[in-house]
Ligand binder design. Sequence first.
Ligand code: B3K
Ligand code: ZN
Length: 867
Amino acid sequence: PKEIFLKDYKEPDYFFEKVDLNFQLGEETTLVFSKIFVSPRVEGCSAPLVLDGADLKLIVLKVNGEDVKGDDFHVDSRHLTLTSPPSGKFTLEIVTEICPQKNTSLEGLYKSSGNFCTQCEAEGFRKITFYQDRPDIMAKYTCRIEGDKSLYPVLLSNGNLIEQGDLEGGRHFALWEDPFVKPCYLFALVAGQLESRDDTFITRSGRKVSLRIWTPAQDLPKTAHAMYSLKAAMKWDEDVFGLEYDLDLFNVVAVPDFNMGAMENKSLNIFNSKLVLASPETATDADYAAILGVIGHEYFHNWTGNRVTCRDWFQLSLKEGLTVFRDQEFSSDMGSRPVKRIADVSKLRSYQFPQMDNFYTVTVYEKGAEVVRMYKTLLGAPGFRKGMDLYFKRHDGQAVTCEDFFAAMRDANGADFSNFLLWYSQAGTPRLNVVSNYNAEAKTYSLKFSQEVPPTPGQPVKEPMFIPVALGLLGSDGKDMPLSSVYHDGILESISNNDQPTHTTVLRVTKKEEVFVFNDMLERPVPSILRGYSAPVRMDSDLTDADLYFLLANDSDEFNRWEAGQVLARKLMLTLVSDYQQNKPLVLNQQFVNGIKSVLCDSSLDKEFIAKAITLPGEGEIMDMMEVADPDTVHAVRSFIRKQLASELKNELLITVGNNRSSEKYEFDHQNLSRRALKNIALAYLGSLEDAEITELALHEYRTATNLTEQFAALVALDQIPGKVRDEVLADFYDKWQHEYLVINKWFALQAMSNVPRNVENVRKLLNHPAFDLRNPNKVYSLIGGFCGSLVNFHAKDGSGYKFLGELVVQLDKINPQVASRMVSAFSRWKRYDETRQNLAKAQLEMILSANGLSENVFEIASKSLA
Ligand code: B3K
Ligand code: ZN
């Protein structure tokens, strides 16, 4: 397969103005009739018209109502080419035959769990019919669906329902019309036995919108939280961005077999059921939060993605980065802003995929959101809003680029953003180094910033980037000093806000090296740098441990308060890693224990914040900081610290568990979820002690829990204590929840992630468990994905973990290439490990690449990893 590059973008020769689709759904095959109104971009164009297609059988091909002659077209496995289309506008009629029942890739039109549904982003529409399957082809669609009425009583597509009725032979039809132009990746169809939870939303201009969430009947009671989330999202987008919904109907469908989380098809969002269905007994607080965020995300795409879409797939971040930013802001406003920020930054750090900026990665989504966030940091909320307004004014109904977004932000604010665009083109995470200096005589305090962007494949030399650094300076009383001016580049710049001194200022760091100097400093301040994580960089500074403990205790910026604790923990972990490698005894620094204790016992702090602040950095984060990643050592050190903290703070942790129980009915509100978060982390720490008293306690929590959040946390605590009780509780949990497959997925994941030595054998057994099915992506992500998250067993030095994954990838690839390629990416950082592991992982990648009939998806990830 040939790589595609951004610089190769060419405008299409032909546009499609209108598309009429007609689906005849069948049990063996489905016929797809398509009538396209084609218009050349340039008058008199005679270029061939090349349509994309995959796994299609061509039945009919007509131009302007006449069959196309054999000489005038050709078909191969990827394209249908009209070699000499008529000049001027013309109609193209195509009939294709497809087999949705056999489509296990879950891309295009597929039937699963009894229902038909589609997934077209990025290139699934070409599995339905021949088309110019690229996002800059925007057309108006109608869609007629015909099928058996008893098997498929519900027939849905995008837009408004225009007509429906019965047909002969027990069949019926529905005709849908979408008044908005859209790229084909936003097309959707659903047909099946579904019922809906209905509600309405009145937009601020008075439009009455019907909201429907569709699921199989038995799951309807679990859709209340999704409906609540949808209405909250609709209101939020009006309040914050002035964006209203634009049709009279909004459908959400939950399906159990879905490759990703959800899809923003115009007015017909399709969701993985795990991101819709929730009840207190079957979903955790984390699930409730994810549903809120993803329902918001897909809804927000209606403007950022659908009304304004991407010109080509290199612009994916245009819609994804922006929409992730919007869903993060929404969740922040619905819950705790600092805690949400901490959670998002932790996520960004825990998925340090290599710099393969291919589709749908953390780079495109989360780092993309960080880039959007920087505009807001630089422009302030009102300036950001002005930029958004101009973006929609300029580009509604268009397919555009990240540069267009940048230009809207810049022009709406008359801003000077010099090298900001480098964030889109220059790969790699900048390293920012900060050196401070206090001159007691001159009463000046200076901060010298220097930045370095590491070379990445294809980009050996990097330019300095535009880094907004949010900064506060703390006095010895722990309070923010008022800031009113700073010397920079020989100029005294005012940083006051409406003539009022400010407590946080945003420095614009744009050069390889530059210095900012603060005057009239009567004492040496402690700097709080990069507040709220104002730029996605890795920062090193000359802050001492004493400074960091001071920030942990005092910073008014809660994010940086948390960050100070994380920096201390990372340093500590790295020191212990090196002690462990040198066979020195591990000793936990008492100052660290006291720091954690004072956070744990500070009743003035938000409980959800405490839960985050006493959580150690993830193992992956520490491995990323090592020359050679050493999973066994990192795991041993992190376990040691957890256990040591648990033993020294046992009383405090027991009190925390006791004080945070509740018998009230489950509410997903900040007060209650914070309480549960704190209780659960305390219990998890205690579980690491592996003692009988704690086993009793956890068992008690397990048995008396009235919601899954607390019950599952008790199970997780017990899972750490090998023995009879653990085995019995795991069996009990399965018995209790075997009819709730989403709960059983958590049970799979918990066992798969276990660090019990040689757990690979248990995971192999679970592959044959009656509740497991390789064809269901959620199950694969739980069991196989969960296993890849276990440091000890996935990276086992005998290669058993790598071998397991290698075999599974080859097997999965035949069923579902997208899912297989997501799994193969667990190998992508193999070069970070020692030589033995490198050789073992490399051998598996080579084995995968040599497999017969390998998919392009897996080929791409596996070959890039080897390169
Ligand atoms: N846009 C989709 C992702 C599609 C992935 C296709 N392989 C969901 C989302 O980001 O909202
Ligand atoms: Zn998205």
